[in-house]
Design a protein around this ligand. Structure first.
Ligand SMILES: *Cc1c(COP(=O)(O)O)cnc(C)c1O
Length: 431
């Protein structure tokens, strides 16, 4: 198959994320990837600014993760988890419980981030069901959130950016409060929690859990909010008997400069969702962690069991990749690398604020965000970035960088220079 044939078939028959079958966005064919570089089928090389959507923290083709998967492949790639268990799953659960906030004691393995959110929501419902609180069936959340694309996960995504109107009437109606107003690093103002408190006061009896992304609202907004908001939300949940679900799928494993974003506020959720970087971006895999209280209460309930069990639960290959990834994450210098990237972005992205089409520049950990005044032309901008040898994929008004943590200084330079060039050029053209 020639490259042109490949691209033609792809365009005509294969769906990509959020694209039209009629007018698909251009896709670049990738041949291989190594470290922080994606090699295209036509030979061009792109410095990766996306970590394949938060996931590839140790870089592509990492020798340690490769070796772990190869070794596991020779033993078994999969066995069912009903009635069977294995060392890769047990080692991984031990590591996760050691790293995560202390009150989380039970692990449920599943296939993807969205599924781990479904699992978390189901846990919350079964928890209140077990306690005879049958009215607690709704979820509260903050606006501008993103929790995945499956049915119930979608119900707690921001109604506007999550496009609820397409599914109007079919999604479970949930309870939304405003997105935190005080930014990370801003001066805390306690009135930011007023609406949440009023909502809990009025409707606490119907609310099973508050679900939110801690500190960083990712795919919905790329906003960073004040840790006091999260700390206050934890207190309000305790006060009004509402479980707290922290969706750490994007933020978990170091992206914000702490191993988990909850640590910025020094809180523990009752249920935590993990995904994306858990396997270093090698395989689709996720975990939902629960407190002892949540696990025990569910088990003492009417059903006596937690009602979920995916076919590929605790897949050994994914567990092996995750074990290697977490070993790397616990080594000296891992979080230091994130702080190195944060420092670089603070020194090199800030000047983009002077470009006329730019509304705001924000940096936290290994995340650099440039918010534009108007939505960008993704097709055009993707081309501009590829022609400059970098992989950056904007959405809406957001052009952002979240590279693998192993990225080198010269590669960071290339990313930020390309970004500023493309934004300046856009400005000159006035489009
Ligand atoms: C990506 C993401 C999800 C969904 O994960 P998938 O693996 O794509 O299903 C859920 N929540 C957050 C915060 C995410 O960033």
């Amino acid at each position: 198959m020639t490259l042109n044939e490949l691209l033609k078939f792809d365009r005509e028959h294969i769906w990509h994320p959020y694209t039209s079958a009629l007018h698909p966005l251009e896709a670049c064919a990738v041949d291989s990837a190594e470290g922080s570089v994606i090699r295209l089928a036509d030979g061009r090389e792109l410095v990766d600014g996306m970590s394949s959507w938060w996931a590839v923290v140790h870089g592509y083709n990492n020798p340690r993760i490769n070796a772990a998967i190869s070794a596991q492949l020779k033993k078994m790639s999969h066995v069912m988890f009903g009635g069977l268990t294995h060392e890769p799953a047990v080692s991984l659960a031990q590591k996760l419980l050691q790293m995560a906030p202390q009150n989380l004691r039970h692990v449920f393995f599943c296939d993807s981030g969205s599924v781990s959110v479904e699992v978390a929501m189901k846990m919350a419902l079964q928890y209140w069901n077990s306690r005879g609180e049958h009215a607690k069936t709704k979820f509260a959340t903050i606006r501008l959130g993103y929790h995945g694309d499956t049915w119930n996960a979608m119900s707690v995504c921001d109604p506007i950016t999550g496009m609820h109107k397409i599914f109007a009437g079919a999604l479970a109606p949930q309870i939304f409060t405003h997105s935190p107003r005080v930014p990370f690093g801003g001066a805390w103002d306690a009135s930011d929690l007023d609406e949440l408190r009023e909502t809990f006061e009025r409707r606490g009896g119907e609310i099973a859990a508050l679900i939110l992304e801690p500190i960083v609202q990712g795919a919905g907004a790329m906003r960073f909010y004040h840790p006091e908001f999260l700390r206050g939300a934890r207190k309000l949940c305790d006060e009004y008997k509402i479980l707290l679900i922290c969706d750490e799928i994007a933020t978990g494993f170091g992206r914000t400069g702490k191993m988990f974003a909850c640590e910025h506020a020094e809180i523990s959720p009752d249920i935590m969702c993990l995904g994306k970087a858990i396997t270093g971006g090698y395989l689709s895999f996720a975990a939902t962690l629960a407190s002892r209280d949540v696990a025990m209460t569910i088990s003492e309930g009417e059903a006596g069991v937690f009602m979920h069990g995916p076919t590929f639960m605790a897949n050994p290959l994914a567990c092996a990749a995750a074990n290697a990834s977490l070993e790397l994450a616990c080594e000296e210098g891992y979080l230091g690398n994130v702080l190195r990237i944060e420092k670089f972005f603070k020194e090199n992205l800030e000047e983009a604020r002077g470009i006329e089409c730019v509304a705001d520049v924000r940096v936290l950990g290994a995340i650099g965000v440039v918010e534009m005044k108007e939505p960008v032309d993704v097709r055009q901008m993707q081309r501009e970035f590829v022609s400059r040898g970098v992989w950056v994929r904007p959405f809406g008004r957001l052009v952002y960088l979240m590279p693998p943590f192993v990225i080198e200084e010269a590669q960071l330079q290339k990313l930020t220079c390309a970004l500023k060039e493309v934004l300046k050029k856009k400005n000159v053209r006035g489009n």
